[in-house]
Design a protein around this ligand. Structure first.
Ligand SMILES: C[S@@+](CC[C@H](N)C(=O)[O-])C[C@H]1O[C@@H](n2cnc3c(N)ncnc32)[C@H](O)[C@@H]1O
Length: 512
């Protein structure tokens, strides 16, 4: 057994997000915001130290209260409070930030906004829409509200002038990830989300030949919805105040509609500032894209549609595989059945079969029971943000579906690509952290807990030590103790790592 210890980083590293580090921005181009993309560090650039907690850090407020308030000292950033006070994203009050639920497109609160959306898409009410992505999420109030409607949303935003927006989301206990639609595919598989949403998210949908919209098409399942609120929707009434003219806004809207039609989306409904389109499940539209003069063209069959790791945005339409009959929104089972039925794409995975899936599902039921025995806080409001660092079919997340926590499923860049197994889309829509050291999910505070299902493959053993060390900044100070305990045993013990670590933990490690 080899013991390794790491020194504490200096205080300047408190907000260290290696793959999206503003200190390195100048190395990258401005074009299409390339500098804000994920640029993970080479092995020799790794910072091998432990990130300290912010000064005055307190155990996070527990879910569900955390959705509405957090400790100021845990996320001490004032930019949004100062610059967006009229939009009610958050408000500082005494030692806390309060989240009144406002946003750029819903300054009076997200509830009425979601109610209107539900009136426009009945599938949001009947359990058909279960997973969503909010691109340009702000402090994730939209995703936070949808949890009340049984819809799991991954909220996504870059590290930009909105300062710690994703960190706020995580501190609130709302599933979120740092990311941007800029030059690369998002770290999610194709045909996986039921809905994608953008409220004034500033993504240049109609520029660059529609590249950004083509990425939305890739990740949405057939029959899925793309919802846009803000300009150019409702340009007739809303063109003022956006530093543009009504004609410019109209032509932007017309361009958007044309692009969407060419990608086989149909306008589904529209009211006030919200418009929604539906991706077709009908293959005849896709067949037209194969014609030589079609723009955008159908993507080449050789393209690996789920690679999702440093894959450039492609100027082509990802077309659902006609052999897959059950991936469209109307044909997949509703929840909770969806969680426990082997997805059609199982057959594409090496060794994948309905029985392998079933076996995994039952295995995780037993394991989770054991985990709860050794860590009684699991399944209670003491643990909210959870990351499964090396998931296969998402069984751990599926087993915990009724607990007051959410799980970010991570498929490692060097392990078999099981991303497209819908089962993974359970609580964290198939998030692919394709690197042993990717901190794209940086700052997973406040209550992160890892089941530690690391592999014992000998070639990965050493790497895993560093993975764990890399995870340390993701953990809340108290949770870091789990890691301290776990670190030395990782190279020799796989799933038992969690058990061993947790057995040696006392309740005092859990935030009181
Ligand atoms: C004006 S705010 C709107 C926030 C939120 N949607 C709301 O309605 O309150 C714009 C958001 O889009 C994000 N954003 C800007 N460009 C983006 C891009 N290319 N990809 C993803 N998010 C982006 C910003 O970081 C910010 O969260």
């Amino acid at each position: 057994m080899k013991f390794v210890s790491f020194p504490e980083c200096s205080l300047d590293y408190q907000d260290y997000t290696p793959c999206t580090d503003p200190k390195r921005w100048r190395k990258y181009g401005m074009h299409r915001l390339t500098f804000m993309e994920r640029h993970c560090l080479a092995v020799f650039e790794r910072k091998e130290c432990l990130v300290p907690p912010p000064e005055g850090y307190k155990p996070p407020i527990r879910w569900p209260k955390s959705r509405d308030e957090c400790w100021y000292r845990n996320v001490p950033y004032d930019w949004i409070n100062e610059e967006k006070s009229n939009q009610n994203w958050l408000r500082k009050q005494g030692e806390k930030f309060l989240f009144p639920g406002g946003g750029t497109m819903f300054p009076k609160g997200v509830s009425a906004y979601v109610d209107l959306m539900q009136d426009l898409i009945s599938n949001m009410k009947d359990g058909t829409v279960q997973t969503a992505i909010d691109t340009g999420c702000g402090v994730a109030s939209w995703g936070g509200n949808l949890l009340d409607h049984g819809i799991l949303t991954v909220s996504l935003a870059p590290r930009d002038n909105h300062e710690a927006q994703v960190q706020f989301a995580l501190e609130r206990g709302i599933p979120a990830i740092l990311g941007i639609i800029s030059t690369q595919w998002l770290p999610f598989p194709s045909n996986s989300f039921d809905m994608a949403h953008c409220s004034r998210c500033l993504i240049p949908w109609t520029e660059f030949g529609g590249l950004h919209l083509l990425e939305i098409n890739r990740i949405l399942r057939p029959g899925g919805f793309w919802v846009l609120s803000g300009p150019p929707v409702n340009y007739q009434n809303r063109w003022r105040g956006w530093n543009t003219t009504v004609q410019e806004q109209k032509s932007d809207y017309d361009r958007l509609q044309k692009l969407l039609t060419s990608m086989c989306f149909k306008l589904y409904n529209k009211k006030d500032d919200i418009a929604m389109w539906q991706k077709t499940s009908n293959s005849s539209c896709y067949n037209r894209l194969a014609k030589p003069d079609a723009y955008p063209p159908k993507c080449d069959d050789s393209l690996e549609l789920d690679s999702a790791w440093y894959t450039p945005l492609h100027p082509c339409v990802v077309v659902p595989d006609p052999k897959l009959k059950n991936i469209s929104l109307k044909s997949i089972p509703k929840w909770p059945e969806r969680l426990h039925v082997a997805p059609e794409r199982m057959s594409e995975i090496q060794g994948g079969s309905a029985s392998a899936f079933k076996h995994d599902d039952s295995k995780w039921k037993v394991r989770a029971k054991h985990y709860k025995k050794v860590l009684p806080a699991l399944g209670t409001d003491k643990i909210r943000n959870v990351m499964d660092m090396n998931t296969v079919y998402g069984g751990f997340a599926a087993t915990l579906i009724d607990d007051p926590l959410w799980v970010m499923n991570v498929v490692l860049s060097y392990s078999a690509n099981t991303l497209a197994i819908k089962h993974l889309c359970v609580r964290y829509n198939c998030i692919r952290i394709r690197s042993k050291y990717d901190m794209n999910v940086e700052k997973m505070s406040p209550h992160l807990f890892m089941p530690c299902s690391f592999t014992t493959n000998s070639h990965l053993a050493n790497i895993n030590l560093y993975d764990l060390q890399a995870c340390k900044p993701l953990l809340t100070p108290n949770r870091q103790k789990i890691l301290n305990k776990a670190t030395p045993i990782v190279p020799t013990i796989s799933d038992a790592c969690f058990a061993s670590a947790a057995t040696s933990l006392s309740e005092s490690y859990i935030d009181k």
